[in-house]
Design a protein around this ligand. Sequence first.
Ligand code: FAD
Length: 494
Amino acid sequence: MSQAAPTEAQHFDVLIVGAGISGVGAAHHLTQQCPGTSFVVLEALESFGGTWLMHKYPGIRSDSDLYTFGYRFKPWTGAPIASAEEIRKYMGEVISEGGLEPHIRYQHCISSASWSDDTNTWTIEATRTDTGEQLRFTTNFLWMCQGYYRHAEGYTPDWPGMDRYQGRIVHPQTWPDDLDLTGKNVIVIGSGATAATLVPNIAGQCNHVTVLQRSPTYFWTGRNANEVADMLRELDIDETWIHEIVRRKILHDQQAITQLSFTEPEFLRTELINGVRAHLPEGYDVDTHFSPTYRPWRQRLAYVPDGDLFAGISSGKASMVTDHIDTFTEKGILLKSGEELTADVIITATGFNLSVLGDIDFSVNGEPVDFANTVTYRGMMFTGVPNLLWVFGYFRASWTLRADLISDFVCRLLHHMEDKGAHRVTPALRGTDADMPILDWIDPENFNPGYLMRGMHLLPKRGDTPEWQHTQDYWVEKDSLPAADLDDGCLVYE
Ligand SMILES: Cc1cc2nc3c(=O)[nH]c(=O)nc-3n(C[C@H](O)[C@H](O)[C@H](O)COP(=O)(O)OP(=O)(O)OC[C@H]3O[C@@H](n4cnc5c(N)ncnc54)[C@H](O)[C@@H]3O)c2cc1C
């Protein structure tokens, strides 16, 4: 493969990194709100979709409803919970309807991004993953839509004795094409959203699936349908209206549940646990396996459409074990309780490794950037880093709600810079922020999944005012982001 140095840089007004749901949305909004702006989307993979292209484990689907996980501007017309394939089809329509294809370059993996005050541009080094060719791009504005976790591999803890185990260990993020689970005994370690999706989809084929969890997760369940949408469709209402009405209804209900998790956590906890109990056989040990110790919503609630996970447990094809791993053995896993679980295949549904800004080496005027030493402006930009913005969505609401809001923000900011004749915008703490406490990216009391706790030291810092944090509150931001004063002193224009 040729590894020749790049010859000439290609320049674009805006460079979008990643063609997942955020990057494709960014490209759409840019063409609509800033027509005439030149831009390119660079994507390391061979196609669009990001998360929905990368994950190939059986049953891969959303756990958000697509009325809110879908874009604001393109109606979702299917069942609320959608497969990865359906999400990609929807994204493909956005790309073709918006004429975005010519702007996206696949198999372009970015390794470094360096900003220069002399030219007011970022210089991006990328490698063609198919040919090895080195390419250089320059851009005025870098719009980072690279997601939040490392794409190459998932997180697998280092348990004692793993090398002794004679069976196969698989992580759902890198699901092998040749894995045949027919008639096999399988252990799935973990009980989050991935396990809840995977288990009902493999249970029928396996001899037995044991879900091994250290501690229980909150689940909620319901029919994979939306009654309001179904009713409006029966009335032959336009899909654009249905999309908007159903979004508002879902967001209204979600706000109530989120508020309840703070004001009446015990009530919500009991409701969620009783919801699970109703799907399990009489006398099932719900207290051990389905009664988490944390407050609801401190971690994502895992959705079980149509109760499929519980059907697997009720039929005896799947079972739950709540215990700690002592060591892997030749045949399976020895638990702290002394019990040994045996399996032909062990699936580690143990989550992600956080990746801050795509594992790209960033520098500003020759100095490497450590994002952990920056403070975030509204969870999007970073002190001392010019003309760069990162799309980081919501935990308790669909990611895309924020991707849409941020797109509006970027387009407004680009127009504002043009009006001011500014070439550079850099967040900087104001004099009045001097005494502000500098805190971790998110308060673990608020939300504390493992990947965030493991990677918190890598993430930018936050302050204690809305300007200097990712509030994680869609219901506040839907009004505050569009109204954010671009001249309140947090953003310095040059
Ligand atoms: C299995 C799973 C299910 C999920 N379900 C939901 C859900 O139901 N609802 C919800 O709100 N959220 C969900 N999430 C979170 C989800 O990741 C986001 O909602 C959303 O898909 C993220 O989109 P994105 O475009 O920001 O990032 P991604 O989907 O991660 O896409 C980022 C893209 O950037 C590319 N990229 C990264 N680094 C580079 C680089 N250096 N050079 C070039 N390209 C690069 C990647 O290849 C990738 O294609 C889920 C996550 C997972 C893993």
